[in-house]
Ligand binder design. Sequence first.
Ligand code: MF3
Ligand code: CO
Ligand code: CO
Length: 273
Amino acid sequence: MDDRSGGRLTKDGIRIHEAADFAGMHRAGQLASEILDEIAPLVVPGATTGELDRAIEDAVDAAGAKSATIGYRGYKHASCISVNHVVCHGIPDIGKKLKDGDILNIDVTVIVDGWFGDTSRMYVAGKLPRKAERLIQVTHDALMRGIEAVKPGNTFGDIGHAIQSFVEGHRMSVVRDFCGHGLGRVFHAPPNVLHYGRAGSGPVLEEGMFFTIEPMVNLGRPETKVLADDWTAVTRDKSLSAQFEHSIGVTADGAEIFTLSPKGLFHPTYQRD
Ligand code: MF3
Ligand code: CO
Ligand code: CO
């Protein structure tokens, strides 16, 4: 197996990184999160998703970093911006104006010194509607429950189970059609990190694994479909959808979150009135 990136691969093809690699992931994750902090004030009714993406691309350039999404499988933008019933991979559009009460996920991945930092969070334009607030809260808390399940000896199934049981306990649904992923010096690597599953199933977590957890939660049913642009994924029943994503590394006794918000803006309760 290919071992040129340092560390080693498990039998499931999951890379075990070295202690020194955490610093590289921390720098990449911090830049991605800092950019999401920076654009928060721009998310207002009347702004377009194309403008927000432009500001993100400019911020990536200003930092001397590289966007991981521009040129990825033909994708042309520095972010994905997924509004309301868009589940993920929403394409920024200079013709798409945000309206009061719209909720949106903005997902940014940057490359810093070869390391990938991938994070997304929810925003609201104007006033946050009550049922959207509930959805956003549950989705955020589901991600954090998933992260709490991360420690050596637990399994990937434990992460999925923590997320699914929490979300379904709130009578919302977990999207099955998209998952988290290993990352590091590559964007998408093994394993697929499922946001549902059975406790104790799946590969065992080991110190040095790097991956994302990025649950998508719907107010209605879990089914999605991809639009004719081949990217935009929406809920089939048009119900609202939310997502949060962190890039993390497994430590000796838990997880290091690489993409914590420097300004504490990851969770959008600061926008409540
Ligand atoms: N950032 C997304 C993820 O969480 C991937 C976006 S790929 C793109 O894995 F091409 F749509 F940008
Ligand atoms: Co990701
Ligand atoms: Co992402």
